[in-house]
Design a protein around this ligand. Structure first.
Ligand code: GTP
Length: 464
């Protein structure tokens, strides 16, 4: 029959079947198993070994068939670590080609069979093609993986988080998707790393160089001590924010890596991987900008809260300030609620300042405010009117209750041990809101009462 190899008929059918199986293998291990089984049969039932070529140029036994018999032979296979060992082993060798040159070798002890070469070469070529296809499929899976991580990344940035949190959360998956050992993110002079990355100093140095010379490149492969690194710019609306760098140890053409003169020009990344990295860098740039906006918003809210409190709180004593106290009094008058105003002033406070200094005077004002606040109820209003004068607004209480409170305050202050040797006292002017009162009349009465308390000898309460 013309065009049909002169192989025994049953072997020819078997081989066609085996070719079909190899070409339809779903995973690399399945492919190796089918290839090895077929070769085993063809090679007179000799054991078949499959070696993968590492980035170092060394070999590693990746598969052998059959596994169960001839242990001594397997030991001999395991002793092979490089091509020279393999060549010296006298195994019959075939190259298995990957997408970037020799992927590995197939070896078996010499065997006698009819016209094997064409068939064996055909089987191995088919296996190589299938392997390339499986790898391409794997790349598609990686792209899909990247897409699903992207969704998670966008979900993450809706919550308060940081660049380090993002790296911790997604780093392992990104390493898996990109088949990298480490990830670095350079942003605003900081370097955030995940996994195995080169030391900071040379990496910073190279990124600085990139900023100067490669600022317009979307991605660049690093060299020197950072070789294997692929840097993609983090950009938002044409503004460069920093760099995303992925690190890999194996160049695309591992066979050439042993040649030191070539090392600097070897590529570690396929164009497809480069464009996936750019996609990830774009996502990260958006995520980081979003984080920045969230962070700034939080700061702004805090600043606003602080400003808001500054408009209401007296910075020295931390009680309400005069502006807010005035508003509270106006509101109380307009709400027609029954309330009393207590205005008090520390007796002879000028002497304290003069004797102990202004700083001690400030301490006394703070202590006084703390002491008075402790004596009051939560819904009483206590504010600093200015200098050593304070105002208390007490709602819904009788005149007697107000007098009791004022006297208790005088007593508590007199009994309290302040930071100075001299005893401290206060004088209190008390007044209750009258129908048709305006704030001014209320203040005048309270002030008048306090004046009378001072005139009567201080450390007492007066009611007008
Ligand atoms: N340390 C300090 N002193 C202040 C502050 N504000 C005002 N003063 C001082 O408080 C003193 C108030 O004195 P006055 O209330 O006028 O007089 P006094 O010595 O208390 O005498 P009487 O009120 O009659 O008992 C003045 O010496 C002010 O300079 C402040 O924030 N800190």
């Amino acid at each position: 029959m013309s065009g049909v190899p002169s192989t025994p008929a049953n072997t020819f059918d078997d081989l066609c079947h085996a070719l079909g199986l190899i070409s339809s293998s779903k995973t690399p291990p399945e492919l190796f198993e089918r290839l090895a089984k077929t070769l085993h049969k063809l090679a007179d039932n000799q054991p078949i070994a499959l070696y993968r070529r590492l980035s170092t140029g060394n070999l590693r036994l990746a598969y052998c068939y059959p596994l169960e018999n001839n242990l001594a032979f397997h030991h001999a296979l395991l002793a092979i670590h490089c091509y020279d060992d393999l060549a010296a082993s006298k195994l019959q060798l075939y190259e298995l080609n990957g997408e970037h040159g020799v992927w590995g070798y197939i070896g078996h002890p010499p065997a006698a069979y009819a016209e094997p070469d064409k068939w064996i070469q055909l089987l191995i070529d088919s296996a190589s093609q299938r392997l390339r296809l499986l790898k391409a499929e794997c790349m598609v899976t990686r792209q899909l993986g990247l897409k699903s991580r992207r969704r998670l990344l966008y979900r993450d940035i809706k919550q308060p988080t940081s660049i380090d949190d993002i790296l911790q959360h997604h780093g392992a998956s990104w390493c898996d998707i990109f088949q990298t050992e480490g990830i670095a993110l350079a942003y605003q002079g900081d370097l955030h790393c995940f996994g195995k990355c080169p030391s900071r100093h040379p990496l910073f140095h190279q990124l600085q160089q990139l900023n100067q010379h490669n600022a317009h490149d979307e991605m660049t492969e690093l060299n020197g001590s950072c070789q294997g690194g692929m840097a993609a710019q983090l950009r938002v609306a044409n503004a460069a924010l920093g760099w995303l760098v992925l690190f890999r140890q194996q160049p695309l053409l591992p066979a050439l890596a042993a040649d030191t003169t070539l090392q600097g020009s070897l590529s570690y990344w396929t164009p497809l991987e480069a464009s996936m990295t750019i996609e990830l860098a774009d996502d990260l740039a958006v995520a980081i900008t979003a984080l920045e906006v969230v962070h700034l918003n939080r700061q702004l809210t805090k600043t606003n809260q602080r400003l808001e409190s500054l408009t209401r709180i007296d910075p020295l004593t931390k009680c309400w300030n005069r502006y807010y106290t005035e508003r509270v009094i106006e509101d109380a008058i307009h709400s027609s609620v029954n309330f009393a105003m207590l205005m008090f002033d520390i007796d002879d406070f000028k002497n304290i300042n003069d004797t102990y200094g202004h700083a001690t005077g400030d301490d006394i004002l703070r202590d006084m405010a703390f002491l008075v606040q402790k004596t009051l109820r939560d819904d009483d209003h206590f504010g600093r009117w200015g200098g050593d004068e304070f105002i208390i607004i007490v709602k819904r209480v009788s005149q007697d209750a107000c007098l009791q409170l004022a006297n208790r305050l005088c007593h508590n202050v007199e009994q309290h041990i302040f930071s100075i040797a001299d005893p401290l006292t206060i004088s209190i002017g008390l007044t209750l809101v009258q129908p048709d009162d305006q704030p001014r009349q209320l203040f005048e009465r309270a002030d008048q009462s306090m004046y009378l308390a001072k005139m009567a000898g201080k450390n007492q309460v007066f009611l007008c």
